[in-house]
Design a protein around this ligand. Structure first.
Ligand code: TXA
Ligand code: MG
Length: 359
């Protein structure tokens, strides 16, 4: 190789190597397992993505209004949609002037820390921006060892919605967070893949009878086994003022998504699209007529927990494919199947221009 060419080639490789080093250096300083660094950033009012057992959260010091404001800005989230406060333990919650009512305490004894969120009257200590100006605040005790340890080091709760741009699919890994919010946040605490994979169940204690506001990681059957019947979100809950964030459309993929009888949906879609233009999400079985590479089978063994754990990653992968639409099965309406169906229905809801996305 002539000397000039060799020099150019070396120069090219060294530039690539510098770029790679910069890339890995940037990525490695963005994603890590440094709890002290995460705590210091939160104290300073910066945003940190945190792992939980459900999905990754975008956390800020809940007692600093300016820090909480950044969450809304980075997610492009409407400010009428309140945030969940995360605590390590009950003493921290009480230190903020909050109390769980007796029925919530019964649930907490069984399910906290874990994927259950309690909506309760707020206190003077909690800035109005957290509860979106409403007299109620949502609180939970996440069950992830890193985040519990992090929260124990802090003398404030963190407000944390799911760490995705408002309206998009929630993240269940540090890489999911980095791919969408990597440029706008200070640090991502990497706690691996989320064990539950769908968000917490939300239950409100503002009325005499508890009301389920969102199906999630704790099935409603398990809740009713502890405290008896709870009111369920009715069909009209989209406009329910006590759940301002529960709008019809979110968890939405960029490709249009339809949910229903999968065989039927595929048959209809094949009249307008070629098989390779279609991706499918099914529970246990593949569907005929679609290439195997386009199919996401969430749990061949029929385990709804496994299906929930894999749901959001499958939606993201399907969305990254060059397909025209995503077709999803209806899951059994029991246990975690309710949360799966809820997320798929919302992802498939039409997006009227007048309704902003909720999460
Ligand atoms: O599993 C989870 O709950 C995750 C992790 C990060 O903790 N968080 C999460 O947050 O899903 P987000 O913001 O994506 O969803 C919280 C939901 C929204 O629908 C919001 O409207 C509702 O909780 N919410 C929050 N505060 C509320 C309140 N005071 N009253 C009624 N609904 C409330
Ligand atoms: Mg969300």
């Amino acid at each position: 190789m002539p000397a000039k060419q060799a020099v150019q080639k070396r120069k090219h490789f060294s530039q690539v190597s510098v770029r790679c080093q910069t890339y890995f250096c940037t990525m490695s300083s963005l994603i890590g397992v440094d709890l002290k660094k995460a705590a210091a950033l939160l104290r300073a009012g910066e945003l940190v993505a945190i792992p939980t057992e459900t999905v990754y959260g975008l956390a800020a010091n809940a007692l600093l209004e300016d820090a909480v404001l950044k969450i809304y800005q980075v997610k492009n989230r409407p400010q009428f949609n309140p945030l969940i406060l995360h605590f390590a333990n009950y003493q921290q919650l009480q230190a903020c002037g909050l109390e769980l009512p007796p029925m919530a305490l019964l649930l907490a004894a069984k399910f906290s820390p874990g994927p259950l969120t309690y909506v309760i009257p707020t206190s003077a200590e909690i800035p109005g921006i957290v509860s979106a100006g409403t007299p109620a605040v949502a609180v939970r005790f996440p069950n992830h060892p890193f985040t519990l340890e992090l929260l124990q080091q802090l003398d404030f709760p963190v407000a944390a919605p799911s760490a995705n741009p408002s309206g998009y699919v929630s993240p269940t890994s540090a890489a999911h967070v980095a791919s969408q919010l990597g440029n706008s946040i200070s640090y991502i605490l990497d706690g691996g893949d989320c064990a539950i994979g769908v968000e917490s169940t939300i239950i409100s204690f503002l009325e005499e009878q508890p009301r389920l506001l969102r199906h999630g990681g704790i099935p409603v059957e398990a809740i009713e086994a502890v405290i008896g019947p709870v009111n369920l979100p009715g069909d009209g809950f989209v406009d329910n003022p006590i759940a301002p964030g529960m709008l019809a459309r979110h968890y939405a993929t960029r490709h249009p998504l339809q949910i229903g009888n999968l065989e039927e949906l595929v048959k209809q879609a094949l009249t307008r699209h070629s098989p390779s233009e279609i991706a499918t999400i099914s529970f246990t079985e593949p569907v005929s007529g679609i290439p195997a590479t386009n199919q996401f089978i969430l749990s061949p063994s029929g385990d709804l927990s496994e299906a929930a754990r894999r749901l959001f990653a499958a939606l993201r992968l399907a969305d990254e494919m060059t397909v025209s639409l995503i077709l999803a099965a209806v899951f059994p309406e029991e246990g975690l199947g309710r949360a799966i169906n809820d997320r798929l229905k919302r992802a498939s809801a039409p997006a009227p221009a007048s309704i902003p996305p909720s999460h």
